[in-house]
Design a protein around this ligand. Structure first.
Ligand code: XIL
Length: 364
């Protein structure tokens, strides 16, 4: 099916041909020498890319993008545009980035990513409106009443969603609201507004952009268990109460030392959400492993990527797979998990890794 965004084919092809020429791993369409003119778009079959494979199955394939789209790293921008048809700003739309001082909104970094997406026929996942992390001090350590924090959160959500109205495919409205034991995270919003902060956030976001899909995004709730049961109970109640929620984001930050959720669990969890009328998107996938990598670690990564992409493809309500970056050159993993890395699809020199081949194959 080619109903999605093929307006930008010439740009994509040009960018893709550059990426093939750079990657030189033999999986490309051949002939991508830098001395040759770009392919004749009228008579050439589009190259096989992650996005062309995904589009053929009515799926989106995306990547988080660091603000470093303007790092002047041409290979970064070219590869992102060639291979992906969805992008999530990694940090640029978070509370501390968009609303650093009371009443001061800064959208330049997010705007750069949205403009890049528009130019390259990509959808944007907005990330994220309500989260206990990357929250500026004036919010985290402010003196609040229930009314004043509600007013502030509503203004934040409606200004940010309003600024990007019509440009965002889906918003992660609430991010990581649960603890591992299935209770709600005790953040400033829960403490001050109470558990209703979640449904209020969805209602406020919907008022500001009725066409954006609205998601609750969580990690560690991909398999069947305490945390995903609590999440399921919450979203069941939201749906029953008519709260405008469209889907659940499964972050999918995985590690070879723990393995992937079983494909049976993934299928069951996606299905029960689907039965409520909810979509599922894989929103932040990466698979970290001990570095330097071993053959065993890489083999595990390959299998885990295959399993998760396969689970999304098999679930009728799973419509996007977004990775938390694509090159190991820019990944949150090494600075966050000591001794871990190599979590993505490309190495730091933009060579496709075995994980790339696994994802491309699983999308076939
Ligand atoms: C991470 C970013 O990748 C880092 O650059 C930043 O320093 C911290 O946040 N779950 C999320 C993402 O929802 O927003 C986080 O992103 C990774 C975990």
């Amino acid at each position: 099916m080619y109903h999605r965004s093929f307006v930008s084919i010439p740009v994509v092809l040009l960018a893709a041909s550059l990426a093939w020429a750079c990657s030189g791993d033999g999986t490309g369409p051949g002939g991508g020498s830098g001395n040759n003119p770009p392919p004749d778009t009228a008579s050439t079959t589009p190259p096989v890319t992650l996005r062309s494979r995904a589009e053929a199955h009515d799926l989106y394939v995306g990547s988080a993008a660091a603000t470093g789209l303007n790092r002047g790293d041409a290979a970064y921008a070219d590869t992102l545009a060639a291979e992906f048809d969805m992008v999530t700003p990694e940090n640029a739309m978070k509370f501390d980035a968009t609303h650093p001082q009371p009443g001061l909104y800064t959208f330049a970094a997010g705007d750069t990513i949205v403009a890049f997406a528009e130019k390259n026929g990509m959808k944007v996942r907005g990330h994220t409106l309500v989260w206990q992390n990357q929250l500026p001090d004036w919010v985290r350590n402010g003196t609040w009443t229930k009314q004043s924090l509600s007013d502030t959160l509503k203004a934040h959500i409606q200004n940010v969603v309003g600024h990007y109205k019509g440009k965002i495919h889906a918003w992660d409205v609430v991010n990581e609201p649960f603890n591992g034991d299935g209770t709600l995270q005790s953040n400033i919003f829960l403490q001050t507004i109470g558990p209703d902060y979640i449904e209020l956030a969805f209602r406020w976001a919907h008022e500001a952009d009725p066409d954006a899909k609205l998601y609750l995004n969580e990690y560690g709730a991909e398999d069947m268990g305490t945390k995903s049961d609590s999440l399921y109970a919450l979203v069941s109640r939201l749906k029953a109460d008519g709260v405008p929620i469209d889907g659940v984001g499964m972050q999918m930050h995985l590690a070879t030392q723990y393995g992937a959720p079983s494909t049976t669990d993934l299928a069951a969890n996606m299905k029960r959400l689907g039965d409520l009328g909810l979509k599922v998107e894989i929103t932040e996938m990466d698979v970290r492993t001990a570095v330097p990598t071993t053959a065993d670690g890489v083999a595990k990564q390959v299998q885990m990527y295959r399993d998760v992409v396969g689970a999304c493809r098999a679930a009728s309500n799973c419509d996007a797979i977004v990775f938390w970056g694509f090159t190991d050159k820019y990944s949150w993993v090494p600075s966050t998990f000591t001794g871990q890395g190599a979590a993505l699809l490309y190495d730091a020199s933009y060579h496709r890794k075995e994980t790339f081949a696994a994802v491309l194959d699983a999308l076939q």
